[in-house]
Design a protein around this ligand. Structure first.
Ligand SMILES: C[S@@+](CC[C@H](N)C(=O)[O-])C[C@H]1O[C@@H](n2cnc3c(N)ncnc32)[C@H](O)[C@@H]1O
Length: 280
């Protein structure tokens, strides 16, 4: 990395830098089947106006568009926006567009403009969660829905554990930082939507399962996280400085091996998430 790139990286919004650092498409390839299953459950009909926040390269946006929805995907990472638009073109979809933006500030989107706002493990990673809730409610039309998939703190399954292990090797977050995992706590979700005027009875919760399926071995799948998943990349950089990268690698490999249910050399790991549905 040259001096200019280094300066640019440090001056950039750290949330954006985190997700542009790696290449989430490498992980998303293992998420397609469950992404489609989540979408099939959303009751998508022809012409439904859908906003997918923190859409990545379209794991949910593209199946929704294939079912006939008119989809806008918004993501903070420009590389993923480009990957999403390329995937939409490859699928011949003209009803699916990806755009760079921040889930906590959707200033270029009108009030009441979507029937369904969906965010599967996306908006939970945006800073300023209260603003995220406010923006999601603002752009959803009255009578519309918001559906979020959020990882759950202290959950024993894969992603909560990757994030727990990764943060145990990372420096403490800056003061005022609100953990993305708080979106997996029902009380915090209720509080955030209450502040936008949504009463408790319009919010429902359920536990659901998302499966990561890779043709790689668990150890090779860990390497994908190490090389392409921003939060794990940062954890390895911090662990390296303390001479503890091998410990981090071992902890992650143990976790992936323990959770793997594939009977071949491949990887199939299910993780529990909190599904939040809000009637706007
Ligand atoms: C774990 S990935 C999930 C991506 C996608 N929803 C999926 O299921 O494949 C998290 C995504 O949230 C995006 N993201 C993080 N902070 C964001 C923000 N402030 N606004 C919009 N997107 C954001 C990241 O760039 C990344 O694409």
């Amino acid at each position: 990395m040259g001096a200019f790139d280094r300066r640019r990286e440090t001056s950039m919004n750290p949330n954006q830098a985190l997700w542009e650092k790696g290449d989430f498409t490498r992980i998303a390839e293992s998420m397609r089947e469950s992404g489609e299953a989540v979408v099939l459950d959303l009751g998508v009909i022809d012409g439904l106006k859908v906003l997918d926040l923190g859409c990545g390269d379209g794991t949910t946006a593209i199946p929704a568009a294939r079912l006939g929805a008119d989809v806008l995907g918004v993501d903070i990472a420009r590389n993923l926006v480009a990957a999403g638009n390329a995937r939409a073109r490859a699928h011949g979809l003209t009803n699916c567009t990806f755009r760079h933006g921040d889930a906590s500030d959707l200033h270029d989107l009108d009030d009441d403009s979507f029937d369904l706002v969906v965010s599967i493990f996306g908006a939970m990673f945006a800073p300023r969660p209260s603003d995220v809730a406010k923006e999601m409610v603002r752009v959803t039309r009255p009578g519309g829905r918001i559906v979020m998939g959020n990882w759950i703190p202290n959950d024993p399954t894969l992603v909560a554990q990757i994030l727990r292990i990764s943060s145990s090797y990372s420096p403490p977050p800056p003061e005022g930082f609100v953990s993305p995992m708080t979106w997996g706590v029902e009380g915090s979700v209720i509080e955030r939507f209450a502040a936008t005027g949504i009463p408790r009875e319009r919010i429902s919760f359920s536990r659901d399962t998302f499966t990561f399926a890779s043709r790689s071995t668990p150890a090779a799948f860990v390497a994908d996280f190490k090389n392409y998943y921003g939060p794990t990349m940062n954890a390895f950089a911090a662990a390296e400085e303390k001479g503890r990268a091998a410990d981090l690698q071992r902890e992650l490999e143990d976790l992936f091996e323990r959770e793997n249910r594939s009977e071949t050399k491949a990887t199939s790991i299910s993780a529990t998430f909190l599904r939040v549905t809000v009637a706007a």
